[in-house]
Design a protein around this ligand. Sequence first.
Ligand code: NZQ
Ligand code: ZN
Length: 385
Amino acid sequence: MQNFQFCIPTNILFGKGQMEHLPEIVGAYGKNVLLTYGGSSMKKTGLYDKIKELLSGWEIYEVSGIASNPLIDSVREGIRICREHQVNVILAVGGGSVIDCSKAIAAGCFYDGDPWEMITSHAEIKEALPIIAIPTIAATGSEADAGAVIRNPETGEKLSLFSPLLYPKHAIMDPVNTFTVPANQAAAGSADILSHLMEQYFVPESTFLSDLLVESVMKTVIHYAPIAVQEPDNYEARAQLMWAGTIADNATLCNGNQLVAFSCHGIEHELSGTFNTTHGVGLAIITPRWMRYILSEKTEKRFAHLGRAVWGITEEDDRQAAEAMIGELEDFFKSLGIPSTLTELGIDSSKFEEMAEHGVETEGLRYTWIPMEKEDVINILNQCL
Ligand code: NZQ
Ligand code: ZN
């Protein structure tokens, strides 16, 4: 078991009615609030009106229309507003894209330069505005982690930003706020959660305890994702997925593992950076192909272990159990209605070479469980067509 430091400073209020605590939480930070949100969902669901009512005594400034795969221009806009109005706290309401954008705004406010330069130069973040997150979809876990991923369409890049200062101070998580998430996004979010779990499971060294924790959360997602897709207002399914998403990506389950760079995420960020694909859809397409590509004597035992523990595979031969597990995973994603090829998304191979080169340089793909070079990434992407 590896040494680790573990501190998740986010105060989480989970469950029905927790929104009522919003005024007392925001009140601790000051009167000027930057409200950040995405497209039309927040207004359609009534959440916007509810927040405005709860915070009627506050000065609210807004950054709206934050895109999936959030754009650096929204970050720039947020920084400008925060500086102009001396914003005290950012209230991020939406999915991972909104929360990530808010984290970049929070840090960018104190960065002397363009925020894209802050991200590309890995500038040390010394100060950030406090963030309160109200997640509305079960997916990334951004509401209680220290990372953000931002896209720059001018360069075709999507890059990450990390700092312990970027953990939201509070996350108000009411599963009811996810009832309106459409089936395709619920499926993509579930695929993302599963991917976070697998990325921390397929590592050079894991522990007995973390294996069991990850396996239970995977089983939870596999059980509840189809229910959430079919019964959007099933509270238990939405709640289980929401909490699974939060704990899947902030080391809660994997402390003690030898954690390394994420393989499929590294490839996917190239896809969504270049083609603006939905993160979870990209992962669902890439993951089974990546597994088949690296299937060998070195990896089959671990894949088989997952197959037996999570998918109930009884096959004794490791290679066959591993292949069966990959098939189960692929079928599961299909059963959720997720496209299974890049061709279905209208993507061809013309940009694969530059994506692979960039991914190896910026996503740490040489430092994953099974290290990858440019050719490996191109081969995997070609198999996704
Ligand atoms: O924009 P609106 O209208 O709100 O619609 C959104 C969007 O179209 C919709 N949605 C969200 N909540 C809804 C809802 N629609 C109806 N009812 C609701 N309650 O869902 C769509 C997707 O939203 P988005 O925020 O893009 O999804 P997600 O949470 O999956 O975030 C994806 C982004 O997070 C990054 C991804 O790369 C991608 O950019 N990631 C962030 C991570 C992190 N910070 O730790 C880790 C992840 O691995 C990931 O890379
Ligand atoms: Zn992810």
